[in-house]
Ligand binder design. Structure first.
Ligand SMILES: Nc1ncnc2c1ncn2[C@@H]1O[C@H](COP(=O)(O)OP(=O)(O)OP(=O)(O)O)[C@@H](O)[C@H]1O
Length: 503
């Protein structure tokens, strides 16, 4: 049986659609690459996202015929039949607390509406195949969530819904960057099995981080950096190269080490909070339910000043809900069984602003709603304002100096510093939100998937910085490689069941 190629690149060079002619090439080395129909590829390395965008026809090829999709009919336009899916956490809501409110009226989208999306509007052109939809909901274990408010879905549930939404459009080729980020181990296995069974409808290409475990069904790899493809071929032939990339021998790792060491310079901006004997935070038998369905029940927990906690639990067990109670984003936060500095939460006693004065946070919900028109620099300045989305009119010399120390030691270029949030790479968006969270030296730093999807070097820079952070940290993240070093954990199991321990 002869196989047609899915995609073929011959001496191909690319430029950004939006940038002028003189802007640099996406990869400086010409690309020669081919995927056959019976091969299952994963793309790995610091250039993976750009490479996946090249494959999904998002850049302009210098010579139009240097990028072709031989398996497509002449009538099929690549941009219409190739889906590129990248990691986005929560769905954007009107404001942060909206996610934890109740499904309100008929204008609020259900999960089913979200997944079907434009397919409903295009119904006359492309009637919806409800059997197909049913199968997708079943295979991704979304049954039971169809009629739920889409904004209320947990991050893991949202991620599976986004995958369902992409599949319902019946693409011919599905290109997914970081398909397993934010998923717990069971959901990872489930999504991997679903992706394995998809080809030929659609074919699938994955972008993975070099430390990720390769799904056993991946047959071929390309290792890509900023210059182009370093190695490509069958998994068996590439194991040696993959080991060298993972180990210390590789040039990225040497470069990375010096960048990580540089981060130590930021430590001098930290201030040590006074050692208190009263817990910074205390939950006394706290319960939360949505329309009678319990999420947290009788949860008791103490966090002392400077402690570093990992908040664990499978998708949907209530981790984000727990953290939203602390930041008073959650409507059920005004509860006298939640105490900060020994003071019970009561309306009238403390305001949202008092509570957040000493808290810094970054989360997928914040990422989803952060205004696209603030520059990287302005994004950081909003960290000095409680619930800040608008840059403050005035910054003290000390505040300006502190921002400069961060920018310099994180090697943020002049161009990035002035780029608007919406135009930054997802990794730089996350970095801006991370610096925004820490810039005022909060007593409590909440990092909900704050480092996920950053480039590897960025993750390690943040981890290095956080090792020295004197304030308390609460971190959520399914992979140890993307959370800061912590020495304690709380694991949510199910309502009324949780575990607290030291690592
Ligand atoms: N407004 C709401 N209405 C109904 N259910 C909700 C609402 N908000 C959250 N939930 C549900 O509460 C559960 C807990 O959600 P939460 O986001 O806290 O989970 P999580 O542990 O952070 O999950 P993940 O690991 O996927 O991020 C989920 O099943 C979610 O769908």
């Amino acid at each position: 049986m002869s196989f047609k190629s899915l995609v073929k690149l011959e001496n191909a060079l690319f430029r950004n659609i939006l940038s002028p002619k003189n802007k640099p090439l996406i990869f400086k080395n010409p690309i020669n690459f081919e995927i056959k129909q019976d091969e299952r590829w994963a793309i790995i390395g610091p250039g993976k996202t750009q490479f996946l965008k090249v494959l999904s026809s998002q850049y302009i090829a210098e010579h139009p015929l240097s990028l072709t999709y031989p398996f497509l009919d002449k009538s099929q336009w690549p941009s219409e039949v190739i889906q590129f899916l990248e990691f986005k956490g929560a769905l954007p809501t009107a404001h942060l607390s909206a996610r934890y409110e109740f499904f309100k009226d008929e204008f609020d989208q259900t999960t089913k509406d979200f997944v079907l999306g434009n397919s409903i509007n295009n119904y006359h052109k492309n009637p919806i195949d409800y059997n197909h939809v049913q199968n997708i909901f079943e295979s991704l274990k979304l049954n039971g969530l169809e009629d739920r408010w889409a904004m209320g879905l947990s991050n893991g549930q949202t991620r599976r819904s986004r995958l369902a939404k992409a599949l319902i459009k019946k693409p011919r080729l599905l290109i997914i960057d970081d398909p397993f980020l934010g998923l717990d181990p069971k959901a990872t296995e489930l999504v991997s099995e679903v992706l394995k069974a998809l080809p030929p409808n659609p074919y699938v290409v994955l972008g993975l981080r070099y430390q990720d475990e390769l799904p056993e069904w991946i047959t071929h790899l390309a290792i890509v950096d900023e210059t182009g493809i370093l190695h490509q071929g069958s998994v068996d032939n590439l194991t040696v190269h993959l080991e060298s990339v993972r180990g210390d021998a590789h040039h990225w790792n040497k470069d990375r080490k010096s960048k990580i060491q540089k981060i130590d310079n930021i430590k001098r901006t930290f201030k040590t909070p006074p050692k208190e004997t009263t817990p910074l935070l205390e939950f006394k038998n706290v319960s939360v339910s949505y329309r009678g369905v319990p999420i947290l029940r009788d949860l008791s927990w103490k966090v002392l000043s400077g402690e570093k906690w990992h908040v664990r639990g499978d998708n949907g067990t209530g981790k984000s809900t727990l953290l939203s109670l602390i930041t008073a984003e959650h409507p059920q936060s005004w509860n006298s069984s939640i105490l900060m500095y020994g003071i019970p939460r009561r309306t009238g006693k403390q305001s949202f602003f008092d509570i957040n004065e000493t808290i810094g946070f970054s989360s997928p919900e914040l990422h989803a709603i952060f205004p696209n028109n603030r520059t990287f620099y302005e994004t950081i300045t909003t960290g000095f304002v409680v619930n800040g989305f608008i840059p403050p009119l005035y910054l003290t010399e000390k505040q300006k100096e502190r921002i400069e120390i961060y920018l310099k030691n994180f090697d943020v270029t002049e161009e990035t510093r002035n780029t608007k949030f919406g135009r930054l790479s997802i990794s730089d968006q996350k970095l801006a939100l991370f610096i925004r969270a820490i810039i005022k030296n909060p007593d409590l730093l909440i990092l909900d998937e704050a480092l996920s999807v950053m480039e590897d070097t960025r993750i390690q820079q943040c981890q290095e910085l956080l090792k020295h952070y004197p304030g308390a940290i609460l971190a959520i993240g399914h992979l140890d490689s993307e959370v800061p070093t912590t020495d304690r954990y709380i694991r949510l199991i199910k309502p009324g069941e949780y575990e607290v321990g030291t690592k």
